[in-house]
Ligand binder design. Structure first.
Ligand code: GTP
Ligand code: MG
Length: 308
């Protein structure tokens, strides 16, 4: 489901959930998603060009709540939402639903772009899990608004990101980039000045082309519409409304079921295709089996002869 195109970007207030629920409908809304420690907050700071979000090396999760920050880029207001650990495999308890609810409230009526952050050269099982959790949290359709954002770009040491991705043997990473429509960008979050400005310009070009693909429409679903209603009705007490948390939980559960339904037929279709292939190549398979048997027989015979 997609929301209405936004015609212009306005000015935004800053703060954490509950600090304010002021109008954000006219901003370009970006959300940072991905596994813990991949550099979401650092990337948010690079986009805002100020150290708004806490970012540091830690064995524990650093960002504990959903937070927003705003900036302007060539006269446009950009809203950036940073997320805590809601995309981990074990993130399923009530606190997580509260964080997800906060995230929806900050992004209402829906994000234009989801930035899937991952560390260059470190695409692991955790990143794959995070991608799946993003689909559970926002819905499978959110992938059409996703851009992969690689951090630690300086580790490329002269090689281009395009070359790196063309030569990587990490099939999961290739699959992810393909699933995201080949939209990606690299950040060195230690960059400052002109380097920082240039990499942000690159990201904004990718974002702009994605927006054009969707004719300016943002990503939305029933829960974003509900969150938007709450923001309009209340001031300062977003998310307090009785029943909102239950709606968040119900939406996530529904999206999980939808994902399974989407995947179910895919698995059985693959099995069916394998079966069809076996039947259509039965002659060839029989020939291969006979060859293997002859080879084994010769091998055994040779072993027996040598034993004597
Ligand atoms: N050298 C380098 N370090 C980076 C880059 N991006 C992030 N980091 C470092 O990686 C560490 C983790 O970054 P964070 O921004 O806190 O990661 P996060 O995903 O927000 O982590 P959580 O909030 O715990 O989920 C910090 O020490 C950052 O300085 C980058 O592009 N280059
Ligand atoms: Mg963080």
């Amino acid at each position: 489901m997609e929301g209405h195109p936004s015609s212009r970007y306005g000015t935004m207030a800053e703060g954490r959930v509950g600090d304010n629920c002021s109008e954000s409908s006219s901003s370009l809304r970006l959300v940072l998603v991905g596994r813990s420690g991949c550099g979401k907050s650092a990337s948010g700071n690079s986009i805002l060009r100020e150290p708004k979000f806490q970012s540091r090396l830690s064995a524990q999760t650093v960002t504990r709540t959903c937070q927003e920050g705003t900036a302007t880029w060539h006269g446009r207001s950009i809203l950036v939402v940073d997320t805590p650990s809601i995309f981990e495999a074990k993130a399923q308890d009530q606190d997580v639903y509260k964080d997800i609810g906060d995230c929806y409230l900050l992004l209402a009526p829906g994000p234009h772009v989801l930035l899937l952050v991952t560390q260059l050269g470190r695409f692991t099982k955790q990143d794959t899990v995070a991608m799946r959790r993003v689909k559970e949290v926002f819905g499978a359709g959110a992938v059409r608004h996703m851009v992969v954002l690689f951090t630690h770009k300086e580790d490329l040491r002269g090689e281009s990101l395009d070359e790196y991705l063309a030569h990587t043997d990490n099939l999961s990473l290739r699959g992810l980039v393909h699933e995201c429509g080949g939209r990606y960008c690299g950040f060195n979050n230690r960059a400052t000045g002109e380097e920082q400005r240039a990499q942000l310009a690159e990201l904004m070009a990718v974002v702009e082309s994605l927006k054009q693909d969707h004719e300016g429409a943002f990503y939305s679903n029933d829960l974003f519409s509900r969150a938007q209603e709450l923001r309009k009705r209340q001031d300062g007490a977003c998310g307090e409304e009785l029943g909102y948390l239950a709606q968040v939980q119900a939406q996530v559960e529904k999206q999980k079921r939808d994902l399974k339904e989407l995947e179910g037929p895919r698995v059985s279709k693959t099995l069916l295709r394998v079966k069809e292939w076996i039947f259509s190549h039965i002659g060839l398979l029989a020939f291969i089996v006979i060859c293997i048997l002859i080879y084994l027989a010769v091998l055994i015979n040779w072993g027996i002869t040598r034993g004597h």
